[in-house]
Design a protein around this ligand. Structure first.
Ligand SMILES: NC(=O)c1ccc[n+]([C@@H]2O[C@H](COP(=O)([O-])OP(=O)(O)OC[C@H]3O[C@@H](n4cnc5c(N)ncnc54)[C@H](OP(=O)(O)O)[C@@H]3O)[C@@H](O)[C@H]2O)c1
Length: 348
């Protein structure tokens, strides 16, 4: 297909470009789609619009679709199954294991990295997704009691068995990444990375660049906060919205953090862009800054927003704009999670 044809297919909007995610990793569109919110965590969903968003994303060149067994205790994988069936060879399907969720207490999590548990998890994910294999299988969280070599060894067995094509790790430290890579090639690390969360730049990102591992920034829009769509989670979001539990989006922190968006707004206004597009263009720029593949996975359930978000891949921020954005992260008030034990200690 010529580039003119593919632009027409995308409905006038330019398709996004592609990149190899890690050495010998899968080739994917430079922006992926986080599917979690379609079934879980961010309040009520319009399922028809979410399905249409998956299709629109594909038209625009998005190929990496991100889910996890924990999202709605399997519900998000089941939701994706018909889309996956219709487009199996066009997409790179990523899912995760390690977080057990009790459906009656959805935000209470149990982390498990045991090999036997992993084998159960992959079979259950494959069944829910309706596939024989997934393209990228992540350890969602690290259980510090389990030796990482053993966990990655069990994941490598899934590759040998043909159930998984590439391996990934979420929220690991640089040392854990190194130890894992010695057991089996790791295609990608998925960790929170945005204008508000830059701690991984200290050692995880440089280590990934050195080892030829790609980076998949999750929550690159700061769970929506960086778009200016809401300021105070406890006042504006629904009772069951996970963000009401996150310290940086509530109480005095929320107001203080909203004020930090001023330079983002100034750049957006000057360019006729949205705040979210500037946040995503910044995330994309990290690839150049650190010399590695970076594929952010903003989550949305709306066609208009996938168009807006993918359009951000065509924005190249100037040195002056990057300098205005530089001081933001250091000033953010409040932790990422209410229970910081849920992140890996020393992940920076
Ligand atoms: N590995 C991990 O531990 C981990 C943790 C969290 C998330 N993730 C993955 O990362 C993905 C993305 O992270 P996330 O969903 O937490 O956060 P995010 O991508 O930073 O933000 C998602 C939020 O922003 C809103 N949004 C998206 N585009 C927008 C736009 N253009 N304008 C205004 N609002 C917009 C979405 O609302 P609508 O949906 O209503 O558009 C949603 O509320 C998830 O879907 C999940 O797959 C992984």
């Amino acid at each position: 297909m010529s580039s003119t044809d593919s632009a027409q297919q995308a409905g006038k909007q330019q398709r996004i470009s592609t990149v190899e995610l890690g050495s010998n990793g899968p080739v994917v569109g430079v922006q992926g789609l986080g599917c979690m919110g379609m079934s879980w965590a961010y309040g009520p969903t319009d399922a028809d619009e979410a399905r249409a968003t998956l299709e629109r994303a594909l038209e625009l060149g998005v190929t990496l679709y991100d889910t996890a067994d924990a999202y709605g205790a399997g519900e998000n994988e089941r939701f994706l199954a018909p889309f996956v069936k219709a487009h199996r060879d066009e997409i790179v399907l990523a899912t995760k294991f390690a977080i057990g969720v009790d459906p009656s207490a959805p935000y209470k999590r149990v982390i498990n990295n045991d090999p036997a548990y992993i084998r159960t998890c992959i079979d259950a994910s494959l069944q829910r997704l309706g596939v024989d294999s997934v393209d990228l299988y992540y350890m969602h969280r690290r259980d510090p009691k389990a030796p990482i070599e053993e966990t990655v060894g069990a994941m490598a067995e899934l590759v040998a068995a043909g159930k998984v094509k590439h391996l990934g790790l979420s929220e690991v430290t640089a040392d854990e990444l190194r130890a894992a890579q010695a057991v089996h090639p790791i295609a990608a690390v998925q960790s929170e990375w945005s204008l508000f969360s830059r701690d991984i730049e200290r050692s995880v990102v440089p280590t990934a660049a050195e080892l030829g591992v790609g980076l998949v920034p999750y929550s690159p829009l700061g769970r929506g906060f960086l778009t200016g769509a809401f300021v105070s989670a406890d006042k504006e979001l629904s009772e069951d919205d996970f963000r009401r539990q996150q310290p940086r989006f509530t109480g005095d922190n929320a107001a203080a953090n909203a004020a930090l968006l001023e330079p983002v707004r100034r750049i957006a206004d000057a360019r006729g862009a949205s705040l979210g597009q500037i946040a995503l263009a910044w995330a994309q720029h990290r690839a150049e800054a650190f010399g590695l593949a970076v594929v952010p996975i903003p989550g949305t359930r709306k066609r208009s927003r996938i168009e807006e978000n993918t359009a951000a891949t065509h924005i190249a921020l100037t040195e002056e704009e990057l300098a205005l954005l530089e001081p933001i992260a250091a000033q953010v008030s409040g932790d990422r999670y209410a229970d910081m034990a849920f992140t890996s200690a020393g992940r920076e």
